[in-house]
Design a protein around this ligand. Structure first.
Ligand code: UD1
Ligand code: CA
Length: 463
């Protein structure tokens, strides 16, 4: 049966105290609204309508894509008024319309599907939640106040009597309704209430009056229905989401030192016997092979790490886009290493502390263990690249490559001025500035002459 999805995202979100529209605030690397849209992907709706208002241009630009259409609500006169604006975008009368909120990001597909199925184009289905403190929520008023009594109405907190405020069952803001009836009902809403708004929730009493079945379905848990109105709530949902991801990985056999100090903002896939220490952040698409160990406080974005590799503490890897940084098997990286986009490291490569690698290929067994820079370089097998050595790859306008053959030994504090090529097995003496190609097997030393300056004395501290 035809399904429409309408996502309300016009509200202001004053309590975020931010210039960014509320629904564009990020949770685990994706905007709140993006979470909802991603969830709807599996529901196969014939259309997804997003109602925008505050910050509409920014919101629409952020989530525009195939199958998403926008309706503007200006000004915002309530949730019922929001749905009135969507009516022209819902031409058919048969089928179901599912209403979601752009600021309730963790609703699961199974829950949304349950609402749609229970509605079946005929019933009005409300997603409800039992709360110890339902302050602020619309209350689900049931026949004779019985938990299994028929739903009679939703009464908004501000309009509720003292007795109604004792009801613990609240409306989550999500419902599924028969499309034709929904359109008719919202056309009849009035704003004679405590807030002077058009309440979508008033359609419940209309359905009851018409004899349309109204069902309240309880949400499986609180996390799925919590909205974001403030930084406190955003941080709370972030931790809930992260803990859920961590627990899924633990159950799959990934050994996390502490599931509460672990963040994935994207997708992390792990082989067998992977261990991850505390305070690591994974962003974009990250793939860890079997037996990978990640030390504490690493940030790894868009990278794949081969089997048995150890990433020591405080390493920063950023491939920029999926697959943008690659490390082979059995490599040792860090502590305090930095791999940037285009870093492509072979098996058994060693990258030590304060070494930066960008847009460079290092073949099997190459080592740069301390304080070095490799940019736009092709480094052969077993090369040993000394402390303090750099590739001078940028002339101020263009970047140039440095090619270092297999088994080359680059001493400490060398500057390789690109473009330059160093033949296999060559040795570059410490402190050299290399501007010309070096032949295979050659020893090349290019240092200034040591000068003694007469008559100079360094002031000595008095003892
Ligand atoms: C609404 C429900 C309340 C429910 C609560 C759950 C109504 C009248 N009340 O109340 O029963 O318990 O959600 O959180 O529906 N929005 C628009 N345009 C508007 C007003 C709101 O798009 O003119 C959007 C908001 O951006 C938000 C959603 O609708 O995504 C809910 O709006 P909000 O103002 O938070 O509703 P509540 O008063 O909390
Ligand atoms: Ca709300």
């Amino acid at each position: 049966m035809a399904l429409n999805i309408v996502i309300m995202a016009a509200g202001k979100g004053t309590r975020m105290k931010s210039a960014l529209p509320k629904v564009l605030h990020k949770l685990a690397g994706r905007s709140l609204l993006r979470h909802v849209l991603d969830m709807t992907q599996g529901l196969q709706a014939q259309r997804n309508v997003v109602i925008t208002g505050h910050g509409a241009d920014a919101v629409e630009a952020a989530v525009a894509g195939p199958g998403v259409q926008f309706v503007r609500q200006m000004p915002q006169l309530g949730t019922g008024h929001a749905i009135q604006q969507a009516v022209p975008a819902l031409p058919e009368d048969e089928g179901t319309t599912l209403i979601l909120n752009g600021d309730v990001p963790l609703i699961k597909q199974a829950t949304a599907q349950a609402l749609v199925q229970a509605c079946d184009g005929k019933a009005l289905v409300l997603l409800t939640i039992h709360l110890s403190d339902p302050t602020g929520y619309g209350r689900i008023v049931r026949q004779d106040g019985q938990a299994d009594g028929n739903v009679l109405a939703i009464v908004e907190h501000k309009d509720a009597s003292a007795e109604q405020r004792t009801i613990r069952e609240g409306y989550t803001g999500m419902m599924a309704a028969p499309t034709g009836a929904l359109k008719r009902w919202v056309g009849q809403l009035k704003n004679e209430n405590a807030q002077g708004e058009y309440y979508l929730t008033d359609i419940v009493a209309m359905a009851v009056a018409e004899g349309v079945p109204v069902l309240g379905i309880a949400a499986p848990n609180e996390t799925e229905v919590l909205g974001v109105n403030s930084p406190v709530q955003l941080a709370d949902l972030e931790r809930r989401f992260q803990l859920e991801q961590a627990e899924t990985l633990l159950e799959a056999g990934v050994r996390l030192a502490d599931p509460r100090r672990f963040d994935v903002r994207g997708s992390l896939s792990c082989g067998q016997d992977v261990e991850i220490d505390v305070n690591c952040v994974f962003e974009g698409t990250v793939i860890l092979g079997d037996n990978v160990r990640i030390g504490a406080n690493c940030v790894i974005r868009n990278a794949s790490i081969g089997a048995g590799t150890r990433i020591h503490e405080f390493t920063h890897i950023d491939g920029e886009k999926a697959g943008g940084a690659q490390v082979g098997a059995g490599a040792l990286i860090g502590p305090f290493a930095r791999l940037r986009p285009g870093a492509d490291l072979g098996d058994e490569v060693h990258i030590g502390n304060f070494v930066e690698v960008k847009n460079s290929t290092l073949a099997k067994g190459a080592k740069a263990n301390h304080l070095a820079y490799l940019g736009d370089a092709t480094v052969g097998e077993r090369v040993n690249y000394g402390a303090g050595s750099i590739t001078a790859n940028y002339d101020g306008a263009n970047k140039h490559r440095t090619v270092i053959g297999a088994d080359v030994h680059v001493g400490s504090n060398c500057v390789l001025i690109a473009p330059v090529e160093i033949g296999a097995g060559a040795t570059i003496g410490g402190g050299s500035t290399i501007t010309k190609p070096v032949a295979a097997g050659e020893l090349s030393v290019a240092r200034g002459k040591q000068v003694a300056i007469a008559g100079w004395s360094r002031p000595l501290k008095k003892r």
